[in-house]
Ligand binder design. Structure first.
Ligand code: C5P
Length: 202
């Protein structure tokens, strides 16, 4: 089989990763969480690296260091993500991953608009900021007892504003994307909606 790309975009903690992993498992496709690339660059910057250099020499090991899921790294990731040279340095790997033979699912912010504008399936997975903050809080609070829900909501809103407002590859639904609002959907129903859309196009 040739290339087949499922592009999943949307704001932080909307359920892109959960939907993406489930779709990939269901159809036997590869899956790439592109946020991890930006988080790895952010973590290297927090450790003193220069952003563009860090993006250009990112290694597979950088994607497995501990702490990439923390709020501090998420903020650093969204700060490096506004730099055009950082985005350009990460684009080539994402396009190669998307267009290898066999199917691929990529989740991020600009997959259907910039990275793979001719993706066979485009999904925009979203939810209200309150719902997203609640989910992220439940996920992070066991490992971080000092964390408050208000701090998580503030983080989510700050990252949304930066992702939507940046000049380079802002977060926006592609005109031909299917919108899946997970505010009132169970995980199963969100996965079902995504799976049905992929099955239609296969
Ligand atoms: O998806 P995740 O929360 O891990 O992404 C971390 C940050 O990386 C986002 O807030 C966003 O600024 C940036 N990002 C991006 N483009 C992508 C994926 C992530 O700008 N494709």
């Amino acid at each position: 089989t040739g290339p087949f790309t499922v592009a999943i975009d949307g704001p932080a903690a909307a359920g892109k990763g959960t939907v993406g992993r489930a779709v990939a498992a269901r159809f036997g496709f590869r899956h790439l969480d592109t946020g991890l690339l930006y988080r790895a660059v952010g973590a290297r910057v927090l450790a003193g690296a220069e952003p563009v250099a860090a993006a250009r020499d990112l290694t597979p090991e950088d994607l497995t260091v501990e702490g990439l899921r923390t709020q501090a790294v998420a903020q650093a990731a969204s700060e490096v993500a506004v730099i055009p040279e950082v985005r350009a340095a990460l684009a080539e790997f994402q396009r190669w991953f998307a267009r290898m033979d066999g199917g691929a699912v990529l989740d991020g912010r600009d997959i259907g608009t910039v990275i793979v504008p001719d993706a066979e399936v485009k999904l925009f997975v979203t939810a209200s900021a309150e719902v997203r903050a609640d989910r992220r809080f439940l996920e992070l609070s066991p490992g971080d007892p000092a964390l408050t829900r208000a701090a998580v909501l503030a983080d989510v809103e700050a990252r949304d504003a930066r992702d939507i407002g940046r000049a380079e590859s802002p977060l926006i639904a592609a005109a031909d994307a299917t919108i899946i609002d997970t505010s009132c959907l169970s995980i199963e129903d969100a996965v079902e909606a995504a799976t049905a859309r992929v099955a239609e196009k296969l």
